[in-house]
Write a protein that binds this ligand. Structure first.
Ligand SMILES: Nc1ncnc2c1ncn2[C@@H]1O[C@H](COP(=O)(O)OP(=O)(O)OP(=O)(O)O)[C@@H](O)[C@H]1O
Length: 230
């Protein structure tokens, strides 16, 4: 269980509150107007946004005192966090060891992860020699290899065209299935939420609401969400 226990974060004059649980292995979309606090919610979980009060827990652990690097979390941003001077294989290998001193078995695991996303033939390329979709696959391979229990995506695929985005969401679903990850995905596209996430957290007016089933929410949104969805 991922627990937001009266969690509150303050950024200048902005305050975000969250008080709900997310089941292990759940796939949850996070939607809401620009500036409503979606990234802040993910930041509470990753540890990049400190809590001003309340707590965040995962299983029987209190995450609040842990620095970001010690939390059971992987994050994917829109820029895919790839290092331009490293090869595709090295970028994936970073998921296992930041110093890239990989054992033979770990090197095989990197190859297997690249295979899983259909990029084994491009292992020696630099990220700049890949298309946007291929770069997303590299980032997903790294996430698959890290196999952290909580996966956070902050508009990770929003720059991709619809067909490519659908491919990435399917690949993400497969990886989440295989690793059993609990996924929180910030998106501005309600179709992403429908395609990937059975539940959705709405963030509006400084409050992250408890997750509700996605399809009924989007079929009949409350007025504030309807105004945003247009
Ligand atoms: N470091 C900061 N200091 C002060 N205010 C901040 C800081 N970072 C973000 N904010 C404010 O906090 C609010 C929430 O920001 P956040 O990035 O979480 O929104 P968001 O819903 O992810 O927006 P978007 O959809 O535009 O990415 C915004 O009003 C923003 O201006």
């Amino acid at each position: 269980m991922l627990r937001f226990d009266r969690a509150e974060a303050r950024l200048g004059s902005f305050v975000l509150r969250a008080d709900f649980n997310i089941a292990p292995g759940a796939r949850v979309a996070v939607i809401g107007p620009s500036g409503s606090g979606k990234s802040t919610l993910l930041g509470m979980v990753s540890g990049f946004v400190p809590l001003s009060s309340g707590g965040i827990g995962w299983r029987d652990r209190d995450l609040s005192p842990l620095p970001p690097g010690e939390r059971p979390v992987s994050i994917l941003f829109q820029d895919q966090n790839l290092f331009p001077h490293l090869s595709v294989a090295q970028n994936v290998g970073l998921g296992l060891r930041p110093d890239l001193k990989l054992s033979a078995a770990q090197t095989r695991d990197v190859q297997a992860a690249l295979d899983q996303v259909g990029l084994s033939a491009m292992a020696d390329r630099r990220p700049a020699q890949l298309s946007g979709g291929q770069q997303s696959r590299v980032a997903l391979a790294r996430v698959a290899l890290r196999a952290r229990p909580i996966l956070l995506l902050d508009e990770a695929f929003s720059a991709l065209g619809p067909a490519l985005k659908a491919d990435m969401l399917a690949l993400l679903a497969r990886i989440a299935d295989e690793t059993g990850a609990t996924v929180l995905m910030v998106t501005h596209d309600p179709d992403d939420a429908r395609a990937f996430a059975p539940e959705t957290v709405v963030v509006i007016d400084g409050v992250a609401e408890p997750p509700v089933p996605t399809a009924p929410l989007l079929d009949d949104p409350p007025p504030a969400l309807a105004a945003y969805l247009g």
